[in-house]
Design a protein around this ligand. Structure first.
Ligand code: SF4
Ligand code: SF4
Length: 79
């Protein structure tokens, strides 16, 4: 695991994200538990898409590895 620049962070692609597909039994987003920094949360409850507190994202990309639907993408800010 490498921690990258604060200028890169993870973001949810809400067109792809579907907790009913990736976690049909529990509705718990696997990427939430994968994020050891606890910056992804299902604020609206289970079976709802999570959100990422991007200011606190460490850019470790563990969430991307954990999402089976490729619904988490890397965003870059600045140049
Ligand atoms: S971000 Fe990925 S793992 Fe999490 S609920 Fe959406 S599709 Fe599932
Ligand atoms: S890149 Fe790492 S710190 Fe950022 S949301 Fe994903 S798992 Fe959490």
């Amino acid at each position: 695991m490498s921690v990258q620049s604060k200028k890169s962070f993870a973001a949810i692609d809400y067109q792809r994200c579907d907790p009913k597909t990736c976690a049909p039994d529990t509705g718990l987003c696997p990427a939430v538990s994968a994020c050891t920094h606890k910056v992804i949360k299902q604020l609206d409850g289970v079976f709802e898409s999570p959100m990422i507190f991007q200011d606190m994202c460490m850019g470790c990309w563990d969430c991307i590895a954990a999402c089976p639907l490729n619904a988490i993408v890397v965003k870059h800010v600045g140049t």
